[in-house]
Design a protein around this ligand. Structure first.
Ligand code: PMT
Length: 399
């Protein structure tokens, strides 16, 4: 029988949970195949699993640190909570009888099971165990409980087992698990939508060697682009100079100045259903760009600046028919300033950052409050940019 065709999982965020079975080595191939299909993969392991395969193997294959303790933190954030919010789906492969029992009972006593309780997306389990363990009424009861709750049970297959006997209990082939992940995730709630995101700073040249810029790293905009791609959108990311890798499955458009960002946005505006302006666009540029390096004099230097185009305001004033989302980075009077921008730039939503306490520019975290043109507002609180990006997409998804 030919293996199932790999689904397209570009940008989908799949968490693989590995538990302690001899079949744990096959999870390494599963991670490889998921990534080959375009998914972003993270791995969480039980202590038992680490006795069969080291976390280092999964770290190398997934290109991310592996969570193997419920007490692990990541730069101050609680590892299992962050992973759970990051994941679109959790696939436990191999799933031992013990892990199935814990998942069915809601027991949370290690990295995998604590994470599992906070994952919102589909749960897939690929059992692997000795045949009698699989057929035991307790295991069958646990599997039925998980199925009733919506979990997808992939396998087990019939064949040679680690015990030397043959029977039911063999982990199914990784390609079958990848196919099941694709089916469980579906096309995503942004399938068929085009999302245009701007990210990062702009750079305004003064002469061939000097320019003005700001502290935006691009992380917020890149997180939005990645999240939208993961949810099935066609994504265009128009970005100023950043040091970040391109998110999978995203069309990248590199620009430098505010004027170039303006032109790139307007050239693609008509394709977009949603435009999210997370870039920190310079408000001013030098009125004249010197063709030669400016020479220093003895006294102080005065440079004349002129306004750059306000891209968001121009979009708001245009006949753009999609959803227009702006950002506002503020250190004080957040609500008043954000509401003023919402009205002045004629947006549907303004995501106001409180950038007064170390979050926002350059940081992994942000603190966001959303203001809607119908007068509603929603405090998303402080969190990782990847998690906040998902929440923003929940709120601005076109009907
Ligand atoms: O990139 P990171 O390090 O992850 O940081 C993220 C961020 C803090 C830069 C991001 O979350 C953010 O707040 N971006 C907007 C910052 C900003 O410049 O805000 P503003 O108040 O100056 O502009 C308001 C809105 O108008 C923004 O959507 C901006 O993109 C847009 N704008 C501003 C000026 C201009 N000339 N044209 C614009 O379109």
């Amino acid at each position: 029988m030919s293996p199932p065709a790999l689904p397209r999982l570009s940008g989908r965020r799949v968490l693989v949970g590995v538990s302690g079975s001899i079949a744990a080595y096959k999870a390494a191939d599963l991670v490889r195949q998921l990534r080959h299909a375009g998914a972003e993969v993270r791995v969480v392991m039980t202590r038992g699993a680490t006795a069969f395969v080291t976390p280092l193997t999964f770290e190398a294959l997934s290109a991310h640190p592996v969570l193997d303790s419920a007490l692990q933190t990541d730069q101050g954030a609680i590892g299992h909570v962050e992973l759970a919010y990051w994941a679109e789906a959790l696939v436990v492969a191999p799933a031992t009888a013990q892990v199935l029992a814990k998942l069915a009972a809601g027991l949370a006593d290690d990295a995998l099971t604590t994470t599992a309780l906070s994952v919102n997306g589909p749960l897939l389990v690929a059992p692997a165990m000795e045949s009698r363990m699989w057929h035991h009424p307790a295991t069958q009861h646990n599997v039925a409980t998980l199925r009733d709750r919506g979990a997808v049970v992939v396998g087990p297959a019939r064949g040679d087992l680690a015990s030397g006997r043959a029977g039911d209990g063999r982990l199914v082939e990784p390609a079958d698990i990848v196919a099941a992940v694709g089916a469980a995730l579906g096309p995503g709630d942004y399938a068929g939508r085009v999302v245009l995101v701007t990210a990062g700073p702009t750079a305004e040249d003064l002469d061939p060697v000097r320019y003005l810029t700001n502290r935006s790293s691009g992380k917020m905009g890149y997180a939005l682009a990645q999240a939208a791609a993961g949810r099935g959108a066609e994504v265009v990311l128009i970005h100023g100079p950043t040091a970040l890798p391109a998110p999978a499955g995203v069309e990248m458009v590199a620009v430098r100045s505010a004027q170039q960002m303006h032109d790139a946005v307007f050239a693609r505006r008509d394709r977009a259903d949603v435009i999210i302006m997370a870039a920190a666009v310079a408000d001013y540029r030098p009125a004249a760009v010197s063709e030669q390096k400016r020479k220093k004099g003895d006294g102080p230097l005065t440079i004349a600046f002129e306004r750059t185009p306000d891209i968001l305001a121009a979009l708001g004033a245009s006949d753009f028919a999609g959803t227009l989302v702006g950002f506002a980075a503020e250190t004080e009077n957040i609500e008043a300033y954000a509401k003023d921008k919402l009205a002045r730039k004629q947006c549907d939503v303004i995501c106001a950052n409180d950038v007064s306490a170390g979050q926002g520019f350059g940081a992994e975290d942000n603190h966001l409050r959303l203001f809607f043109k119908d007068g509603r507002d929603l405090d998303l609180g402080r969190g990782r940019k990847a998690a906040l990006a998902q929440r923003i997409l929940d709120e601005v998804r076109p009907a």
